[in-house]
Design a protein around this ligand. Structure first.
Ligand SMILES: [Zn+2]
Length: 247
């Protein structure tokens, strides 16, 4: 039997086929209309550009978000074509393929217009093309697995000593998704309550952690799922670690 290599999240190195697109027109229209042009639905070249590039990176990224690496749905409406350097302020990079990647909606929404470059750039500056130019993990210039891994509970964890991993984790608010993921071990109908308690427990401003840990424990025991009880142990360790770092 042929043994195939395991597919993993990889750096994106190939580019989409755009020969059918009038790129000069897109650059011109983008300059004339500003960044609002990106979402316009009356231009066939623009619609084709977005569809081709989005689909290309969806495949090139092994169907995973360029930042958090969660699997994204093949329906193009359910994930985003993301500008790594935000198009607001750098509209001249709006159609630069190396500045685009496919991301989950949560990462894109959380990242928004936040700073990603080590040194700020201005319109007309060339696209920074080295990993060291970016504070954030760059889908084209960095290896995801050098900065992140999944732990055994499928949580996204920045690798120790990876500043980019920690920065990207914070920028894309991945902590919330990790917390919510733990609630999945409680299953229906206890999951929504577990999710609410867990989000409170991990909140930095929380002053009732002991009380809430007890509530989570009681919920885990009453739910009858051994996995849920095990998760409470994980949460206790996490909270103890967080509190020890604060003292
Ligand atoms: Zn993501």
């Amino acid at each position: 039997m042929i043994k195939l290599p395991k597919l993993s999240r990889q750096r994106i190195i190939d580019e989409p086929e755009l020969s059918s697109i009038d790129l000069e027109w897109l650059y011109f229209a983008g300059c004339m209309c500003g960044t609002g042009y990106w979402g316009w639905d009356q231009d066939d070249d623009l619609k084709r550009f977005r569809a081709i590039v989005k689909g290309h990176f969806y495949s090139a990224q092994n169907r995973r978000c360029c930042y958090c690496s969660v699997e994204i749905d093949e329906n193009r409406r359910l994930y985003d074509l993301e500008h790594i350097i935000d198009k607001n302020g750098r509209g001249d990079l709006m159609f630069e393929v190396k500045n685009l990647a496919s991301s989950c909606v949560q990462c894109n929404l959380s990242k928004k217009t936040k700073k990603v470059l080590v040194v700020d750039s201005r319109p007309g500056d060339p696209l920074p093309e080295k990993s060291k130019d970016y504070l954030i993990l760059h889908p084209h210039y960095d290896e995801w697995s050098s900065h992140f891994k999944f732990d055994k509970y499928e949580r996204i964890v920045p690798r120790p000593n990876s500043k980019k991993g920690a920065f990207t984790f914070s920028l894309c608010s991945m902590d919330r998704r990790n917390i919510v993921r733990l609630a999945d071990y409680f299953r229906h109908p206890h999951r929504p309550t577990a999710e609410t308690i867990l989000l409170d427990l991990y909140s930095p401003s929380n002053t009732k952690r002991a009380e809430q840990l007890n509530a989570l424990k009681a919920l885990a025991i009453s739910s009858g799922y051994p996995d849920a009880v095990a998760i409470v142990g994980i949460v206790e360790n996490d909270i103890a670690l967080k509190e020890s770092l604060l003292t």
